[in-house]
Design a protein around this ligand. Structure first.
Ligand code: NAP
Length: 267
């Protein structure tokens, strides 16, 4: 019997309260017993952990057959968080660790991407754990207000004509659910790049929605001073590096693997 048929043991989604985690939990709804592993418990049944210290991890992963690991955004030391979670997963006898990485992880100009490359290496070289890596490109939902029609203007800290292979979070989550349900027997050792259906600029994305949306480029500093107030200095530096990279190179990724895993083209 493949793991796709076993519903008994749980699947822990670390980062379940975040944007990505909520999509993965929704995609697993009705397929598996899902454990929401969060920083701050909001609902009964949530498992609270602190990835910085490892507090709560052993309990959160105990008895789970798989874990989907989503790190906090632009963390100053993501590899340390991953290492801690891998040790807890190994101690708990978790059979499959799926790591939510990013497309183009080894991009020296973007330190938070390089950290994800390091995390992938931690996973592959840890020993004794079966693993899969998902590498999604930028989410279309980063422009949620454009997609839902509530935005009339967008301020960007990079060229509005830089192109991206935007992915829909629901598609990424559907692939995550498939990988988790089919399990390590099918997906151990695999790294899947997940790019959207086409290379699209933010200007083109805005042109496609119903109402008119104006797009204006502002400096990185201006954008950070308005939208990045809650970030640490390190977080600001990491985001700034990402925006400068986007301005020069965009961020695209292939979609053939995505289509194959979805059984249809990505949206
Ligand atoms: N945005 C994109 O286009 C994109 C594309 C590819 C990959 N990614 C990656 O996807 C990941 C998730 O992004 P997201 O936008 O979904 O993030 P998010 O909404 O900010 O969610 C991150 C979650 O991390 C949790 N968290 C923060 N500090 C923690 C700690 N010390 N211990 C335990 N949990 C902690 C928070 O939990 P609480 O809410 O409970 O505090 C939060 O819900 C990031 O690593 C990002 O790099 C993003």
């Amino acid at each position: 019997m493949t793991e796709s048929l076993s519903r008994g043991a749980g699947i822990a989604v670390v980062g379940a309260a975040g944007k990505t985690g909520a999509a993965v939990v929704a995609a697993l709804d009705g397929l598996a017993d899902v454990r929401r592993v969060v920083h701050t418990a909001r609902r009964s049944g949530d498992f609270a952990v602190d990835l910085e210290t490892g507090e709560g991890l052993d309990e959160a992963l105990s008895g789970c057959r798989a874990v989907y690991f989503i790190a906090p955004n632009v963390h100053p030391d993501e590899p340390a968080l991953v290492r801690r979670a891998l040790m807890a997963a190994a101690d708990a006898g978790v059979g499959h660790v799926v790591y939510h990485s990013v497309a183009w992880p080894y991009t020296p100009a973007m330190p938070h991407h390089v950290d994800k490359a390091r995390c992938e290496d931690e996973l592959r070289t840890f020993g004794g754990l079966r693993w899969t890596v998902l590498q999604p490109c930028a989410y279309a939902e980063n422009f949620a207000a454009v997609l839902d029609g509530t935005a009339t203007a967008v301020e960007l800290p990079y060229s509005p004509d830089a192109t991206f292979s935007f992915v829909r979070l629901a598609d990424v989550a559907e692939v995550a659910a498939r990988v988790l349900m089919e399990g390590a027997d099918v997906h151990h050792g695999a790294t899947y790049e997940l790019g959207g259906p086409e290379a699209l600029s933010v200007r083109e994305l805005c042109d496609r929605v119903a109402g008119p949306v104006s797009v204006k480029q502002v400096s990185v500093d201006e954008w950070i001073s308005r939208h990045g107030q809650s970030l640490s200095d390190d977080g600001r530096a990491r985001l700034s590096a990402m925006f400068e990279f986007y301005d020069r190179h965009g961020f695209t990724a292939g979609n053939a693997v995505f289509e194959s895993l979805l059984g249809r083209p990505p949206m």
